[in-house]
Design a protein. Sequence first.
Length: 189
Amino acid sequence: MSFDWIPSLAALLADNGDSLTAAIEWGLPIAIALLLVGFGLIFAEVFIPSGGALSIMAAIFVLGSIVAAFFDGLLVGLIFLTVVILMTPLVIVMVFKVFPYTAIGRRMINRGDSATPTERRAVVHEDKALLGQVGVTVTPLHPGGQADIAGEWRDVVTQNGESLDVGHPVQVVDVSGNRIVVRPVQPTQ
């Protein structure tokens, strides 16, 4: 296998350094272009599920931009390295701040339940009316199960985590969202 097609450093310097000079002159524009493409790929990684392939390509482009900047000079390379170190986390945070407000982000991120505020208030008030009511367990509570409260079977949990058998009287002591907490009461109550 021959590597004759790869130009050697001696061949580059043999033509009075014109090729090397051209590479150095183009170092900064190439570095800027590579950096922009790298940051664009970081941005795209959030929107396009690629299993990390876009992140790997972004890292290659950003590292390539640093190398290209060093071709332009040590100071330019160090400036680029500093910019990359400072801007990469900023770009990532910015992308995640912007993502939820994009069309794709709104479809992918669950914004909570779909009930309207009026529907939510109705459920909360209806369940709050159960406070203090007495019912009977219709399934064993270990500590969760179902109880017949106000003529309706409801999912309940016991207050202290105790187990109750079927037919045991219970009283509602707390309602929090869709969680109804009961405590056992004596049948004489």
